[in-house]
Design a protein around this ligand. Structure first.
Ligand SMILES: NC(=O)c1ccc[n+]([C@@H]2O[C@H](COP(=O)([O-])OP(=O)(O)OC[C@H]3O[C@@H](n4cnc5c(N)ncnc54)[C@H](OP(=O)(O)O)[C@@H]3O)[C@@H](O)[C@H]2O)c1
Length: 324
């Protein structure tokens, strides 16, 4: 087994998650000084993404991600591939997985980064999760399943919702502009949420633990919280006064989602996710039944005080105009 995965290729490096992964990869010159990484980036020929100049970034491959030959060139010589590809392009990972296995890549971190894809009831209930499961099943097949014949292993990082991005984007019912929250059902259903820097750290840590996490989903979670926990924290730190609460049901949210999709508004798919996530009896907080690898990855598991601090930071980011 290699001492660590030295040659790492990142897909989606300027995306919402990818930029956190890239900056964590670049920081490994100080966090893992004796294990230098050679970082390669892959970007679409149509992309307008701009990448930082850094001595650890060896090369940027720009091309057609549906072109096998382009992928063969880009993936050859890589030890590990991290796919932080857009949720709109999840299925493009199938060709990527096949090519990676063919050219001898050792580990492929698939674009999971969300809810528990192994929870069949949950994935059956949400259209976009079905694509995650399709890719995961494909990864299992490419990596040999039970009869291991190829050298490549896959890993999926399951982290629940991206805390900062989800809130600042006005998801989970919270609307920062009007300081208003829609509370669904009791608002007490617990879900997993992770800070994006924790998700990035877990992903990058895989480079340095080559003997672990192969052919499996790994579970991390920064906090296990409900809508009402988030609201309580917001009311503690938001100096602009208490948030207005509108009581709704998950059934109402599901219906709104359906109508939005019918009108071509893809935010309806997001409604569908939260309607399921906040419904009782489905997709329970995965920290209750899965082993979290936070400790092995060097990631904290936050308590109430830390949660309030993180929410405070999110309010400050909003005030500084980081998003919408
Ligand atoms: N847990 C959560 O709350 C949550 C929320 C959102 C996303 N996610 C997951 O996190 C992962 C990354 O998502 P993200 O939101 O960070 O992705 P993103 O910002 O939407 O896109 C990441 C990159 O994917 C590349 N790309 C390839 N094909 C594309 C296409 N057809 N359309 C747009 N971009 C394309 C682009 O890079 P180039 O321009 O360089 O080609 C883009 O910057 C996914 O697995 C997603 O499912 C989780």
């Amino acid at each position: 087994m290699a001492e660590y995965f030295k040659n790492v290729l990142l897909i989606g490096a300027t995306g919402d998650l990818g930029q956190h992964i890239l900056s964590t990869l670049l920081k490994t010159t100080t966090t893992h000084p004796s294990q230098p990484l050679t970082i390669t980036l892959l970007t679409r020929s149509t992309s307008t993404a701009k990448f930082p100049a850094h001595p650890s970034i060896a090369r940027i491959h720009k091309g057609d991600i549906k072109d096998r030959e382009f992928l063969v060139t880009a993936f050859s010589g890589q030890d590990m591939i991290i796919s932080a590809i857009s949720p709109y392009a999840l299925l493009d990972q199938k060709l990527m997985l096949s090519v990676a296995a063919e050219v001898g890549v050792k580990r492929f971190v698939v674009g999971e980064f969300g809810m528990d894809t192994r929870d069949e009831e949950l994935t059956d209930s949400v259209a976009v999760f079905k694509q995650n499961r399709e890719v995961l099943e494909y990864a299992v097949g490419v990596c040999g399943g039970d009869s291991k014949t190829v050298g490549m292993e896959y890993t999926g990082v399951i982290c629940g919702a991206f805390l900062e991005m989800t809130l600042l984007d006005g998801e989970m019912g919270f609307e920062f502009g009007g300081r208003e929250v829609e509370i669904y059902d009791s608002g007490r259903k617990k879900i997993e949420v992770s800070r994006m820097e924790d998700v990035a750290r877990a992903t990058v840590e895989i480079c340095f633990q080559p003997g672990r996490y192969g052919d499996q989903l790994v579970y991390i979670s920064s906090f296990t919280v409900s809508q009402r926990d988030i609201l309580d924290a917001l009311n503690k730190v938001d100096k602009k006064g208490p948030w207005k609460v509108v009581e709704r049901t998950t059934e109402w949210l599901k219906e709104r989602g359906k109508k939005r999709v019918e009108k071509g508004d893809m935010m309806g798919l997001v409604d569908e996710i939260w309607a399921v996530a906040f419904s009782d009896g489905i997709g329970e907080a995965f920290s209750r039944k899965r082993k979290l690898v936070n400790e092995e990855m060097g990631i904290g598991r936050g308590g109430d005080e830390e949660f309030i601090e993180v929410i405070k930071g999110i309010v400050e980011e909003w005030e500084a105009g980081r998003r919408k």
